[in-house]
Design a protein around this ligand. Structure first.
Ligand SMILES: [Zn+2]
Length: 293
């Protein structure tokens, strides 16, 4: 099985930037972690790919969020990704499964309308959010539309979830190509056309390596700028659990103390559970009272 990684590079002659990501292991691990049924697992695998591709475009080290809200049974998904390859997320309805063709199943899970948003952390508490309405009702299709409409950048993009034997998440990979200032617009259009007729899926089936897939879909001359491991990493902690309790305010914490005398905070990204005991709850309450909140 090919390893999970995120590759960033350029085609200097054509003036293109290219990203390649592979997340098979990560997607299979996330399926187990969240107990995802096949259709939910398929969409989440695409979400992990898409999130990492968008993160790879960040100029600084800042994280990005990919958020999908839909009126179908999946209801939505959320991915938090960093340019250095750390990714985590969740789907709203993990048990969703439509038997048969996985691509048709994914469309049925999304329903008929919704939004896809990219949230970029710009530092110092500033966030930029760009959204498009779901229209293609596929993550790759609507992410393409996001780049065209919200960022107005010429982009070729594909996300592929390919079965291997009886493993539906056999290979999970994504490709993103953009024109650099002064780059060749026709080259992007040509790649988009090749991707639409299945070139990326064929390239993955035929070889494996990022370089080989990029050579088959885009052409010769790829230069790697960065090649980083992809890993499912969550930054939750006891301290964040305490912060989540603090958000409940004085009344909420008083209520917890009166009823349960403890709180269990479950992380939606990694399912870790944090116990906040009575003494800690009292501390939080006295701090909230001092602050008059
Ligand atoms: Zn966590």
């Amino acid at each position: 099985m090919p390893r999970d990684h995120l590759v960033r590079g350029i085609f200097p002659e054509a003036g293109l930037r290219a990203m390649f990501v592979r997340v098979g292991d990560t997607a299979r691990m996330a399926r187990m972690l969240h107990g995802l049924a096949p259709t939910a697992a398929h969409l989440f695998a695409e979400g992990l790919c898409g999130g990492l591709l968008v993160a790879a475009l960040q100029k600084d080290r800042a994280r990005i969020n990919l958020q999908l809200e839909c009126d179908g049974p999946l209801r939505g998904l959320f991915v938090d990704a960093a340019p250095a390859g750390q990714v985590r997320g969740y789907v709203r309805a993990p048990a969703i499964h439509f038997p048969g063709d996985p691509v048709q199943g994914a469309r049925a899970a999304l329903g008929g309308s919704g939004y896809l948003s990219v949230i970029r952390d710009q530092g110092q508490g500033n966030f930029y959010r760009g959204s498009v309405q779901l229209q293609a009702l596929s993550l790759a299709g609507d992410l393409r539309r996001y780049f065209a409409e919200s960022e107005q950048v010429d982009t070729a993009l594909d996300l592929q979830v390919l079965p291997r034997g009886d493993e539906p998440l056999g290979d999970v990979a994504g490709l993103l190509l953009q024109r650099l200032p002064g780059g060749d617009a026709e080259a992007v259009a040509a790649v988009r056309a090749r991707v639409e007729e299945g070139a990326f899926a064929r390239a993955l089936a035929g070889s494996g390596s990022a370089q080989e897939a990029l050579r088959l879909v885009v052409g010769e001359g790829f230069e790697v700028l960065a090649d980083t491991e992809v890993a499912y990493v969550c930054g939750c902690s006891q301290e964040r659990a305490r912060a989540a309790i603090t958000v409940l305010g004085r009344d909420g914490v008083s209520e917890l103390l009166a009823d349960e005398r403890k709180a269990v905070v479950a992380c939606e990204f990694c399912r870790a559970q944090y116990l906040v005991e009575e003494a800690e709850l009292r501390q939080i309450l006295s701090r909230l009272s001092e602050a008059g909140e």
